[in-house]
Design a protein around this ligand. Structure first.
Ligand SMILES: C[S@@+](CC[C@H](N)C(=O)[O-])C[C@H]1O[C@@H](n2cnc3c(N)ncnc32)[C@H](O)[C@@H]1O
Length: 379
């Protein structure tokens, strides 16, 4: 549907005019200065200035966090330390450590404590003990490199660091199964280390006890299934991923956990019909619409009648996840060269188009990390 070509109705025309006039007023220097001097509007003007400045400085905040992670500042400050102890443990000069600590303190990563000590701030506490989060922060160097020329990224991304990193995003579909273990080991490790954050959300939101057998498609090194095995010891478990990824596995771990491995390309090879539940954890957003439809159809064929599909990934309409979905993931996937964040409504329509029914959105404690959706196959 070409919405632009539609002639605006009278109501739309008045709204557009109202919007244009308001924008003109709000962007006029006289109005902005006036708003700052007039106390009832001062609060609004200040908040707007601060929001805008946060957009300007966002990149700097990210780099402060990145430096803190790389210097292992959060580990250093597990116990309160003096400035000189921080210098010794991070290798920074007094001037550099002071600057870093001033920045991390206003960003709530660290805290000034009595007796000239520093400790962890509210957000620093969340970083500690979360190896996945720290690995994700370090991983962002690649995205920052790709964003060093933002207009190029939007107009003509060409080859990017993230495109190289996610081997399956740069491979065309006919060469994907020629990908080597070397090319997939970095991303497989990153996924493995960050998986506990996701599996906690899924396991808290959905009961797997109604199922006999689960196959995790694009299951990587099996960390999601490992968490599932701990909670549901009697479930039959299977994992499907690229042959190269299975070469990175600790086979012994999967064997110990009695997880059956299936190797292949889920866009080209039929999926084995071995389970009444198929899970897709952080998979669909990596692919364009056409590939998503191929995968959903493949899954539909592999499921038995009344079988279930469970999708878990960040969705752009999850509560509090809009900025992350529309601004962050949108650009991340642009740099990666494939994929896009989707809303649960969009995924629902793709599931219905495939033939799934009873599509349900299950709220998770932290939609920023993932939302869960389930759908049934009924013939
Ligand atoms: C973003 S990772 C998610 C891994 C895991 N589900 C998790 O959440 O930790 C995507 C996974 O899908 C796999 N994958 C991508 N394209 C594939 C394809 N065409 N066939 C099979 N697996 C594929 C990748 O190898 C990778 O393990």
């Amino acid at each position: 549907m070409n919405r632009e070509a539609k002639k605006p109705r009278f109501v739309d025309r008045s709204r557009l005019r109202w919007h244009t006039n308001l924008s003109k007023l709000m962007s006029s220097p006289r109005f902005i200065n006036g708003a700052l001097w007039f106390w009832p509007t001062r609060f609004i003007a200040r908040r707007q200035a601060s929001e805008l400045f946060d957009l300007v400085s966002g990149f700097v905040y990210s780099q402060v966090l990145s430096a803190a992670v790389k210097l292992q500042l959060f580990d250093v400050l597990k116990q309160p330390k003096t400035l000189s102890a921080v210098c010794v443990e991070t290798g920074l000069s007094t001037t550099a450590a002071t600057r870093l600590l001033r920045a991390t303190t206003v960003l709530k990563l660290t805290k000034v404590l009595p007796a000239h000590h520093y400790g962890l701030g509210r957000l620093g506490n969340a970083m500690i003990g979360n190896a996945g989060l720290q690995a994700l922060v370090a991983h962002h160097d690649m995205l920052y490199r790709d964003l060093s020329m933002p207009t190029t990224l939007f107009t003509n991304p060409g080859s990017t660091s993230l495109g190289e990193y996610w081997a399956y995003s740069r491979s065309d579909q006919s060469t994907i199964d020629q990908t080597t273990a070397n090319e997939v080991s970095d991303y497989s490790n990153l996924m493995a280390i960050s998986q506990p954050m996701i599996s906690e959300q899924v396991l808290q939101s959905y009961s797997f006890s109604q199922h006999h057998s689960v196959m995790d498609v694009g299951g990587g090194t099996g960390r999601f299934l490992q968490a599932l095995r701990q909670r549901y010891p009697t479930l039959k478990l299977g994992l499907f991923d690229l042959p190269a990824v299975s070469e990175c596995h600790q086979d012994t771990l999967l064997n110990q956990l009695n997880i059956k491995q299936h190797r292949g390309d889920f866009l080209h090879d039929p999926l084995p019909a071995v389970s009444d539940l198929i899970t897709l954890v952080r998979i669909l957003h990596d692919h364009n619409d056409a590939a998503v439809m191929v995968l959903l159809n493949n899954i539909y064929r592999a499921l038995p009648e009344h079988g279930t599909l469970l999708i878990a990934e960040p969705m752009s309409d999850g509560a509090g996840a809009e900025r992350v979905g529309e601004a962050y993931f949108n650009v991340y996937f642009l740099a990666m060269g494939k994929g896009e964040p989707r809303s649960s409504a969009r995924l629902k329509s793709m599931l219905l188009e495939t033939g799934f029914t009873e599509v349900r959105v299950v709220n998770t404690p932290l939609p920023l990390l993932c939302t869960v959706m389930t759908a049934q196959k009924s013939t």
